[in-house]
Every structure is written in structure tokens, then in C-alpha cells.
Design a protein around this ligand. Structure first.
Ligand code: SF4
Length: 87
């Protein structure tokens, strides 16, 4: 019998591992669910048009809402590299 019960609706790590789950980054979990939803087809996940699904923005294992602050010097170096110049 599992250590998880109806009385304990939020499983702890031990209960999750007892059920066969391992710790994973949440974006990987979402990606796995999307692949499951689309019968294992990465192309079908990419082309998914169900935009009202809560997972849709994250289906490619990235968070489109996360922004990364890039220091000015690093931004200039990246820009120069894209232009094929040396800094
Ligand atoms: S975003 Fe698309 S592929 Fe992912 S779970 Fe929702 S419907 Fe399925």
C-alpha cells in the first residue's frame, strides 16, 4: 500500500518516489506530459494549437515569460559576435 492516501492529498517526496517518480525540473515534466498527450511525437507537440491548454506556453520545455537581464558589456559582445566582428 502506498504511503499516499486521500487524507493526505499533497504527496511528499517519499510518497512520490514510492509511486515511481523522480525529482525533475518542472519544464521537463511539462514537456513529458505534452509528449504523452501527442503520442510521443515532438513534431505534434511543436504544432499543438490548443492554446487554451495551461501547458501550451511551456510545451517546448522553455518558459516564454522568463526574461534574463544581460549586462551591457555582454550584450555588446553578443551583438558584435552576431555581426561577425571581434570584440
Ligand atoms: S499544450 Fe498541447 S500537447 Fe501540451 S498538454 Fe496541452 S494540448 Fe497536449
Amino acid at each position: 500500500m502506498s504511503s499516499w492516501s486521500k487524507a493526505k492529498s499533497r504527496p511528499d517526496a517519499a510518497a512520490a518516489q514510492a509511486a515511481g517518480h523522480e525529482p525533475k525540473p518542472m519544464l521537463d515534466v511539462i514537456r513529458a506530459k505534452c509528449l504523452d498527450c501527442q503520442a510521443g511525437s515532438p513534431g505534434a507537440v511543436r504544432k499543438c494549437v490548443t492554446q487554451d491548454c495551461a501547458l501550451w506556453p511551456y510545451r517546448m520545455a522553455s518558459n516564454p515569460f522568463r526574461t534574463r537581464a544581460v549586462p551591457a558589456a555582454q550584450r555588446a559582445a553578443l551583438s558584435a559576435r552576431l555581426k561577425g566582428q571581434k570584440t
